[in-house]
Ligand binder design. Structure first.
Ligand code: ZN
Length: 155
């Protein structure tokens, strides 16, 4: 089992899934940002390659988004793209074109459209290493705090 390091709110996961479904059969892509090990925002970008096998993002658009992320006091954590029909594993092209050793590469597989699989990888000098991620349910967390409040009033 991988040790979980990065947390992913369910809402962001849903956004990624929706984006990937919308762009399919082409690969969808974008940038993920957050603070420390918590991912808080997804910025979709156009796959300028409009390909079913790989993705390309305009440098100018990436730059604009990174500026926005910094202005919010957040950090770029990862680059996202979808694999409409293949596994959540970096392709040979993904490895060859991974220019950022310090950001995570998130891949969402729609191979089974009813059970999307999201995985994250570090890609450095052609070497791939999977990183642990966990999807957390925010709705559940806020529900339990409501319950706590009720107990408090009873006392
Ligand atoms: Zn890929």
């Amino acid at each position: 089992m991988l040790k979980v390091k990065f947390k992913f709110p369910q809402a962001i996961f849903t956004t990624l899934f929706t984006h990937a479904k919308k762009t399919a059969p082409e690969e969808g892509c974008g940038i993920l940002a957050g603070k420390d090990f918590m991912i808080t925002e997804f910025f979709p970008l156009e796959n300028t390659a409009h390909s079913e096998q790989f993705y390309e993002m305009k440098a100018e658009e990436q730059f604009q988004i990174i500026k926005k992320i910094r202005a919010k006091g957040l950090k770029m954590i990862g680059i996202f793209h979808s694999h409409p029909v293949s596994l959540a594993r970096p392709s040979a092209t993904d490895i060859k074109l991974a220019f950022y050793p310090d950001v995570l590469y998130f891949i969402l597989s729609l191979q089974n459209p009813n059970k999307p699989v999201l995985k994250a990888f570090w890609i450095k000098d052609g070497e791939v290493e999977e990183e642990g991620i966990e999807i957390i349910n925010e709705a559940k967390a806020s529900k339990s705090s409501v319950k706590l409040g009720r107990n408090f009033t009873k006392r």
